[in-house]
Design a protein around this ligand. Structure first.
Ligand SMILES: [Zn+2]
Length: 485
């Protein structure tokens, strides 16, 4: 009787699982190296291939591959041998060590007032906080970049805890679709600037603290100036360009950066402090191509998930302020709210990191939208504007409309006579796209549809255009009654 050979197990992250029609939780892999296992996986599920491999055929740098919880980049990368019984876990970059040196600045000499003693009494009872710790919290300056799903709960708890100076950066206004998770805002504030509405709420919660607003986006021009005035930066952004900008500015200024990101039911939390551990670039040297990253506005998110992650970020920020506990430096937490699963992954500093490695080559900030793959002139695809399309649709020979969004988005709103083929399934459903008449592809913003047009062109479709600005533009210029999201 021969012993049964245990399989190689491959665990896919939720964002890749959902690309498969009948996603298994784990897949049995075959191959002698990491590369071989992932190649076999790509052959079995071609839709995964662009997520696993770059056009050059190497494993994408926006993906961490763990072999038995060890990052293969620190072994032999794709050539790392795999044997039966091993477990491969794939960790994607989402749209979002033990401390040896603790920086415990002496708190300011001014003692707590009677009101402060009363307000923070539950903190004062904790030996890890006490009067000294509370004064340290009062001296702390925390910048929150993006006061949305992550930033809103984090800001509330940091204000309640008595963080003396809270900075808020955000260029958006409150939208009704924010209220499902951005608990700082009320229905009456729809249309108001987020920074102003947030500041009013935080000052009402705790008049002892200073709230500094920085309305507008963080950019390569203002980031160093804004961040310089704070001790810690908490990342509440929802896009890769701002995330790399925050990471780089924090590393250059030697500030710890509390990272969080969410998508649907999953989230990630970590602390990047290039002085004491890896930075975000050490983990993810490059973002995934934009067309492969659905944002929360496209993919959805369960409202409490950013709440969970944002509060976890606030907890980390307070730990850094107090200099107590073991902050998530060199560790990344992966949280899956559906399975109540929490996985901790150890991550290391990349000695070749261009920003914080042994021989850094990047000494300043760069053009982040370009770095994160905003399409350049040469890659532009044929487009049609919303009002021009409305005119074409009234003619006798109308273009065929293909909607490449997700079914949940389709249910909120779609154009009449359109056909739903989600972007991830397009390549295996090409036969459903007509070749004998003009085709117009649309999505929410025009990004996924442009990518779909590129794909269709590469398969020989000649008369295909993308709806510029997507349904957002359609709702703005043609049909203001169309539900927005
Ligand atoms: Zn680095």
């Amino acid at each position: 009787m021969s012993a049964k050979v245990p399989p190689i197990l491959v665990a896919l992250p939720p964002n890749l699982r959902e690309l498969l029609e009948e996603p298994p939780d784990t897949i049995e892999g075959t191959g002698a190296t990491v590369d071989e296992v992932l190649r076999a996986l790509s052959e079995e599920f071609p839709v995964l291939s662009p997520h696993l491999f770059s056009p050059a055929g190497t494993i994408r740098t926006s993906l961490i591959v763990l072999l038995n919880d060890d990052d293969v980049r620190y072994r032999q990368r794709g050539r790392t041998p795999v044997k039966p019984g091993d477990r491969l876990v794939l960790v994607p970059a989402l749209a979002g060590g033990s401390p040896t040196r603790r920086r415990r600045a002496r708190p300011s000499s001014q003692s707590l007032s009677t009101e402060e003693r009363h307000r923070y009494s539950r903190h004062l009872l904790l030996p890890e906080v006490g009067e000294t710790g509370q004064r340290r919290i009062r001296d702390a300056k925390v910048l929150i970049v993006g006061v949305g799903g992550l930033g809103a709960p984090a800001a509330l708890y940091l204000a309640a805890a008595g963080v003396g100076t809270i900075g808020l950066v955000d260029g958006d206004r409150v939208d009704t679709s924010n209220l499902q998770r951005q608990v700082l805002y009320t229905t009456r504030e729809v249309g108001a600037r987020k920074t102003g509405a947030a500041a009013r709420r935080l000052r009402a919660l705790n008049p002892n603290i200073q709230v500094v607003v920085h309305p507008g986006r963080l950019t390569s021009e203002n980031a160093l100036r804004v961040i310089r005035g704070y001790d810690i930066v908490l990342d509440g952004t929802d896009n890769f360009p701002t995330r790399y900008l925050v990471n780089d500015a924090c590393a250059l200024l030697h500030k710890p950066y509390v990272y969080g990101s969410v998508y649907r039911f999953e989230g990630q939390v970590s602390v990047f402090d290039a002085q004491r551990g890896p930075c975000y670039r050490c983990l993810f040297p490059e973002p995934p191509p934009p067309e492969l990253v659905p944002s929360c506005a496209e993919g959805g998110v369960l409202g409490v998930v950013p709440g969970l992650i944002g509060i976890w970020q606030a907890t980390e920020a307070l730990q850094l302020v107090l200099g107590t506990g073991e902050p998530l430096i060199g560790r990344i937490l992966l949280i899956d709210a559906l399975s109540a699963g929490v996985r901790e992954v150890r991550v290391r500093k990349d000695p070749r990191c261009p920003l914080c490695g042994r021989h850094p080559t990047q000494k300043g900030l760069i053009d982040y939208p370009a770095f994160c793959g905003a399409p350049t002139e040469g890659e532009r695809v044929p487009t049609v504007g919303a009002s021009a399309l409305a005119t074409e649709l009234r003619r006798r020979v109308r273009p065929k409309l293909i909607d490449v969004r997700e079914p949940g988005e389709w249910q909120i709103a779609h154009l009449p006579n359109a056909k739903l083929i989600p972007r991830a399934t397009l390549e295996r459903r090409l036969v459903e796209v007509p070749r004998d008449r003009p085709v117009v592809v649309y999505c929410k913003s025009g990004r996924r549809s442009a990518d779909a047009v590129r794909l269709l062109a590469s398969h020989g479709f000649a008369n295909v255009r993308s709806l510029a600005g997507g349904l957002d533009a359609w709702a703005e210029t043609v049909d203001p009654k169309m539900p927005r999201y």
